[in-house]
Design a binder for this molecule. Structure first.
Ligand code: SF4
Length: 94
């Protein structure tokens, strides 16, 4: 059976740490190109550019791949850590 990317991501389980975001961003970082890197590269599609040019981000569906850290830590991405202990994504295979 062929599954879409969204369906595959939907099989993962996420244990979200509501009180401690493991990634923090500067949503109004001035360089649009830098923000677009994140919009285009995040495999879970968690970065969205708003009409007013600010960036929306929801860490709840993060796959912990580290792509945004490599691309933009020190610019748009202000903090990147793995979630604590039992929090974060649990991948389902098969
Ligand atoms: S670590 Fe990967 S999945 Fe998580 S927000 Fe960054 S690019 Fe997206």
């Amino acid at each position: 059976m062929n599954m879409t990317v969204e369906e595959k991501l939907g099989t993962n389980k996420y244990f979200v740490d509501e009180h401690h975001p493991h990634i923090e961003i500067d949503s109004s970082y001035p360089d649009r190109k830098e923000k677009m890197k994140l919009v285009n590269a995040c495999p879970a599609g968690l970065y969205k550019l708003n009409e007013d040019g600010t960036l929306s981000f929801d860490y709840a569906g993060c796959l912990e791949c580290g792509t945004c850290r490599i691309l933009c830590l020190g610019t748009v991405v202000k903090k990147w850590e793995y979630p604590e202990g039992t929090k974060g994504v649990e991948f389902r295979y098969g």
